[in-house]
Design a protein around this ligand. Sequence first.
Ligand code: C2E
Ligand code: MG
Ligand code: MG
Ligand code: MG
Length: 288
Amino acid sequence: QAKKLGKGNWCMFTDELDEKARARQQVETDLHRALDNQELRVFFQPVVDAETLEVSGFETLLRWEHPTRGLVYPGEFIEHAEDIGLITRIGDWVIRAAMAEARRLPDHIGISVNISPLQIHSQSLVPTIMQAIAANNIAPERLELEITESVLMSDTEFTLQRLHQIKKIGVRIALDDFGTGFSSLSYLRSFPFDKIKIDKSFISDLESRADNRAIAIATLELARSLGMSCTAEGVETGYQSDFLRENGCDNLQGFFISRAQPLDKLGHLVELKDSDAAQVAPAPRPKL
Ligand code: C2E
Ligand code: MG
Ligand code: MG
Ligand code: MG
């Protein structure tokens, strides 16, 4: 009897709790721990020159090595991190981690980092970038920030100012997921983009959809005539790669080339310099 009552009470209690709030609190606790326990990882997806198919850069993609859930993808936690005000700390960490790893890449290889709209407003963004590139001896031109159209929709004056501030350092800016937001073409003339990334939703069905082919060609032409370079993301097939190359796309990225991986697994694509750990490792004892 008492047991039954207890159970009933518990059910009532949980019913009254907002499930969403509970889940959110769990992720919040988890994410704080992830930062403190260094469970976050940066993976890198190669971007190739469409003409030569040689690797020209890497996009940094965040992963969470969760102790029980395994590898967790950003789609499952970035929004939570934004909601609970942790995205700035995480985003700053990603910039520092990406630049520390970029030390091991050849000097001609670029590296891009995704930036949440909330980070644009953070006081720490510009100092973090400057500190991270200086500490790792990375030429600013090698770093590119990827922002989405949603950044441009609010507080336009501030965003414009911030992007110019970043450009002044020498860091480049790419418009990510082009065509998926509520974009207005006027953004393309107002903001200082170096590159447009065609969203993968326009690339995935290139072989079967004439409308996607038309959109891809128009976007490539638009980028070209505005003096911006163009990267296609989500390239998964030979047909897509050939189509984009024939139509003058500058860079390709997608599973057809490679998935995102830890830097150590990319040695077959680019020559990696020794890690600092290896450099400071004690010299082997001389044989007597
Ligand atoms: P994104 O910046 O558009 O990144 C491309 C996404 O497409 C990545 O997913 C990548 O793994 C995936 N992808 C690449 N090639 C292919 C392909 O050929 N086919 C398919 N189906 N997918 C492909 P991922 O790593 O899950 O990241 C998802 C999104 O999370 C990213 O989209 C980006 O908006 C966000 N994100 C990732 N890392 C960070 C970060 O450090 N900070 C912030 N704020 N957002 C991040
Ligand atoms: Mg991106
Ligand atoms: Mg994208
Ligand atoms: Mg995206």
